[in-house]
Design a binder for this molecule. Structure first.
Ligand code: DGJ
Length: 447
């Protein structure tokens, strides 16, 4: 049965790891085509295809730093890279918060492709940066006669003069296409109607949620309603996703309501696809410390219940139907009340840290012992002790905790002292349970 394991590396039908991040999905000729980021050497946009969204066949690198360029009738910048620009340095990579992966040149993110019936061409829109920072904030366009051929780069530009970063495309039933992107340093989300040939912007039709700083837009339509998924802006780190709905692309959009959990299950929206009657959310699970090992997650969306999305370990797609297996996740993060900080083990010390993708030091396991619990730091295998350190010793009642109910979460009461675990600055201390400043911890499963 074609089963997709969420958040694990995808091996393509040639046996290679799939590199297709920030992807867009196009249904064409009985296949799902996925276009996404491949940052290795001079590659920029890869294309894979699949009949079942599980078995992916590599098709082409559709855009590279050396792609053919063609001037377009709008004023565009055709530069992709200096000739033979060579590998980027660690300093250059660090400036865009990554490790050195490819050659110096354009940083192409979130490519999306539509088929234009009016011209018979495939048109790719994407986010363009110069590869040194995120200041250009432009979109770029490329075009091809075949779906997975070598695209001709038509240059980057600021749509209607606006900044443009995270983006998506949406094609309505009547063929009208829209480009949606974050503008004004990500403060606003702008909707543009495209020209009939999809090669440029015809009109700016909507400025959504001004000042609310949204990115990673994904748009889909169901029963005459338009849905938009977005994330907040926290760089490569995950955050709570949001959804909104409208009766028309240029109509009145609702306010943004949350979907998924506080990290959108460690993902950021990149695409959506309908399988049978069910829309499926596709998110990137970024790993900025090892970008090439970033993975993809599929989760069905329950539109009847306000875009509800739950975690599933595995998604099975067969005969156009989707089913999920929730999975049995044991490890969790321990979140502090009222802020997005988590307990982290570093050597013998326990600190609080903000959430980052793939941060293994934030993961804990719970073991039962003598009617109490032991908290085991997953990465080091050591136990949390009542004196706020990690230790390998196990037979000490300072390692035993009881769970009580706090105002904002679970109190961790130390069996040895009877005091509760609390955080002072960035360190763990023990405090009296009735300390008014302490409401307990939230245990968040590591989806
Ligand atoms: C968040 C965006 O969604 C990603 O595509 C990428 O641009 C990162 N920011 C870079 O920090």
């Amino acid at each position: 049965m074609p089963t997709y394991k969420n958040g694990r590396a995808v091996i393509d039908t040639d046996g290679n790891i799939m590199h297709c991040h920030g992807a867009g999905l196009l249904e064409y000729g009985g296949f799902y085509y996925l276009f996404g980021e491949d940052r290795r050497d001079r590659r920029r946009v890869s294309c894979y295809r699949s009949k079942d969204l599980v078995n992916w066949e590599f098709r082409n690198i559709c855009l590279t730093l050396d792609s053919e360029t063609k001037r377009h009738y709008v004023r565009t910048d055709l530069r992709l890279a200096p000739k033979n620009s060579g590998p980027m340095t660690p300093e250059e990579a660090a400036a865009i918060s990554l490790q050195p992966i490819g050659h110096r040149g354009a940083n192409i993110e979130r490519p999306k492709v539509l088929y234009c019936e009016a011209t018979g061409k495939f048109v790719m829109w994407m986010h363009f940066e110069n590869g040194r920072d995120y200041n250009a904030a432009r979109c770029a366009v490329a075009v091809c006669d075949t779906v997975d051929g070598d695209y001709v780069y038509m240059g980057s530009f600021n749509p209607v003069g606006n900044m443009s970063r995270d983006c998506t495309l949406f094609k309505d039933d009547d063929g009208t296409a829209y480009f949606i992107s974050s503008a004004r340093d990500n403060a606003d989300m702008i909707v543009y109607r495209l020209s009939e040939d999809y090669l440029t912007v015809a009109e700016q039709v909507k400025t959504l949620w001004p000042g609310q700083f949204r990115e990673a837009p994904v748009v889909f339509k169901e029963k005459g309603k338009y849905y938009m998924l977005t994330s907040q802006c926290t760089g490569w780190a995950p955050n709570q996703g949001g959804w909104a709905v409208a009766g028309a692309m240029d109509g009145r959009w609702s306010s943004i309501k949350p979907f998924g959990n506080e990290t959108t299950f460690n993902t950021q929206p990149t695409a959506a696809v309908k399988v049978g009657g069910t829309w499926v959310y596709i998110g990137d699970r970024w790993d900025p410390s090892d970008y090439l090992n970033s993975t993809m997650v599929y989760l069905p969306i329950d539109l009847e219940n306000g875009c509800a999305v739950d975690w599933a370990d595995e998604v099975t797609i067969e005969d156009g139907r989707i089913s999920v297996s929730a999975g049995d996740i044991e490890d969790f993060r321990i979140m502090l009340p009222g802020c997005s900080e988590y307990l982290s083990g570093d050597g013998f010390n326990v600190f609080t840290r903000r959430l980052g993708y793939a941060d293994k030091n934030l993961l804990w396991l719970m073991e039962e012992k003598d009617g109490s619990v032991l908290l085991r730091h997953k990465e080091s295998g050591k136990y949390l002790s009542g004196d706020g350190i990690l230790t390998e010793l196990k037979d000490d009642d300072r390692l035993l905790w009881e769970l009580g109910d706090g105002a904002e979460g679970k109190l961790l009461i130390n069996r040895h002292s009877g005091k509760s675990m609390a955080v002072f600055g960035r360190r763990v201390i023990l405090a009296d349970s009735d300390d008014k400043h302490f409401g307990g911890f939230t245990f968040v499963k590591n989806y």
